[in-house]
Design a protein around this ligand. Structure first.
Ligand code: HEM
Length: 563
């Protein structure tokens, strides 16, 4: 440490000064306790205690002084204070009640308000005006501190990384999610939809069982994600690659468990825990899976191409070369569209990304698709199962726009406006990612109707998407009901542009939102065109759990009938 770092006026100066006084006094104290009249309290013992207490008090005052800007912000935007040292940690870290608890607080205090997570200053936001300022601020692009547990488990991919790494990777990866690329995924999505229908038919119709649809959907979505990211079919629906399915299911569970266990925050303690062993096992499976596919997938394309080349030569002799060339061209276009093929060029040409970066990004993209899209899809099906009147309207649209059988094209999907309303309404009521966390990288000026407030750099910011999207103050009296037309229909009142943000907005918006909407629309269209789904569950009985993605305490069963 240089001289400047410990000189007067430096952050450490006061601490070092008081530490020196304390050490000096300890030496004095020991020499006096060796006195023959040891055992009885003496003046010097008392003095030592007073100095010790004063030293601690001084340190405490210094701690408070160094955080004075946070206290000023908390005084201006008052919220619940909570307990010393843990703040609102206990309540906020209970996934069973956390979202309901925050909803209660947002009615008691005027949001945005400041509270405390441990000793961290925590700004809670749940109104569209403030959400807009946060999402559009260049000072708030980095994620909250909690996300570091995710990056230490699954790798530092787009979801968790900070600038400048995030900016560079986002720029390189963005083209991999363009419209044209997504169109190439339609054959995969159509094929997976057929596997889903077969499963629903065999299990739900022919065997007449009530189904836990969420599990089936998770496998379908993961299968699609593995194919479009890595170009590999896993056969999850028929219990193929079970370990990989379980690893993707388990990874967020491990991260959330660590987030909820403050004693496991220090890396040194965590490495001795059983949870760490579990994390290592899961991560080993995931990284092994992606790594094993990375290089071979690259060369598989090459092998396929050279195989095709040889074949082509042979068939040229048979005067069929024109047809073969077309086929080869198609295969190349197809392989180019999968994620690793898209980013492979960045590794090989520009050295802007390493293979490890690609591995991390591929893993995060598969996990992000799996967690969120299966959740959103499940809640849409459940909402439609609980509301047969809207399911009928959806079916009418599907009958009008789609043929009875066969694959669905992008043009047909784009015409399904009621299907889109049904999806949006379920993502409004059951935000698949209920809360996102950001960190103020620099001081931030927050504008409210009653003035401008300074949010100091380092403040953790929680954007409560779940409660904002079902707030009667934002969405009117029907806010807590499922009603696609009332909230997204052509005659629905205009809402604030940031009142509905399931994918967030701004610089850090979800990169896969088009992908997710396309996949969900296609699967829903295929299901509800041929089947009717019902359930005994009621909307008001569902108990949600706040997690990285929204969960239910219990998943109701659904019945499937052929139309
Ligand atoms: C219904 C489905 C989905 C929902 C609700 C959803 C929601 C979100 C949300 C809320 C974020 C956090 C953004 C923020 O902090 O501001 C996010 C980020 C992200 N999502 Fe999605 N997502 C979905 C599907 C997908 C899919 C299908 C993919 C990939 C194909 C994907 C990849 C990502 C990635 C890579 C990020 C990080 C983006 C960045 O920070 O630059 N998501 N998503």
């Amino acid at each position: 440490m240089g001289r400047a770092a410990i000189g007067p006026g430096s952050q450490y100066y006061l601490e070092r000064l008081t530490l020196n006084i304390f050490l000096f006094d300890l030496i004095q104290f020991n020499s006096i306790r060796l006195d023959p009249i040891a055992g009885s309290w003496q003046f010097n013992d008392m003095l030592a205690c007073i100095i010790l207490v004063s030293w601690l008090a001084l340190l405490w005052l210094y701690f408070l002084w160094s955080r004075r800007r946070y206290y000023k912000a908390a005084w201006q935007l008052p919220g619940p204070v909570g307990w010393p040292f843990i703040g609102m940690g206990l309540q906020m870290m209970n996934p069973q009640t956390f979202l309901q608890y925050m909803d209660g607080l947002s009615h008691k205090y005027k949001a945005p308000f400041i509270s405390w997570m441990g000793t961290n200053c925590f700004l809670y936001v749940n109104d569209p005006q403030t959400v807009e300022q946060i999402f559009n601020s260049t000072h708030c692009t980095n994620k909250g501190d909690f996300y570091r547990f995710m990056s230490s488990a699954i790798g530092d991919g787009l979801f968790t990384s900070s600038s400048p790494r995030w900016q560079k990777h986002r720029r390189l990866i963005n083209p991999a999610f363009g419209r044209q690329i997504l169109c190439n995924f339609l054959p995969i999505f159509n094929a997976e939809a057929d596997v889903l229908l077969e499963k629903l038919d065999v299990e739900g119709v022919q065997r007449g069982k009530s189904l836990e649809i969420y599990e089936i959907l998770k496998k379908i979505v993961l299968e699609a994600a593995c194919q479009t990211t890595m170009g590999k079919r896993m056969n999850f629906q028929h219990d193929g690659s079970k370990a990989i399915f379980e690893a993707y299911s388990g990874i967020t569970e491990v991260c959330v468990k660590r987030m909820l266990s403050p004693w496991l925050y220090p890396e040194l303690i965590y490495r001795w825990s059983r949870l760490f062993d579990r994390q290592q096992k899961v991560v080993g499976v995931l990284f092994g899976f992606v790594e094993q596919l990375l290089q071979p997938a690259v060369s598989v394309v090459g092998v396929e191409d050279s195989d095709a080349n040889k074949q082509l030569e042979e068939e040229q002799h048979q005067h069929q070369h024109q047809h073969q060339r077309q086929q080869q061209q198609q295969r190349r276009i197809k392989s180019k569209s999968i994620f690793i093929e898209q980013v492979r060029e960045h590794v090989e040409r520009g050295q802007q990304m390493s293979w490890q970066d690609v591995r991390d990004e591929a893993n995060v993209i598969i996990a992000a698709t799996f967690e969120t899209t299966s959740t959103a899809l499940y809640f849409t099906i459940l909402c439609l199962a609980m509301h047969p009147e809207y399911q009928e309207k959806l079916h009418d649209e599907l009958c009008a726009e789609l043929p009875e059988h066969g694959d669905i094209s992008i043009e047909q999907l784009e015409r399904l406006s009621y299907t889109e309303m049904a999806i949006n309404e379920s993502m409004r009521l059951f935000a698949p990612v209920p809360m996102v966390l950001r960190r103020a990288g620099q001081d931030l000026e927050l504008r409210r109707d009653d003035g401008v407030y300074l949010i100091p750099s380092g403040t953790q910011i929680g954007i409560d998407i779940y409660n904002m999207q079902r707030d009667v103050r934002v969405w009117g009296p029907l806010a807590r009901t499922y009603n696609p037309e009332a909230h997204f229909g052509p005659d629905a009142p205009t809402r604030h542009a940031f009142a509905f943000v399931p994918f967030t907005k701004g610089l850090r918006m979800c990169i896969g939102y088009r992908y997710a909407l396309l996949l969900m629309k296609l699967l829903l269209a295929k299901i509800f065109r041929c089947y009717r789904i019902s359930t005994a569950a009621r909307l008001e009985q569902l108990l949600v759990k706040g997690n990285i993605s929204l969960k239910l305490k219990e998943y109701p069963l659904c019945r499937v009938e052929r139309r």
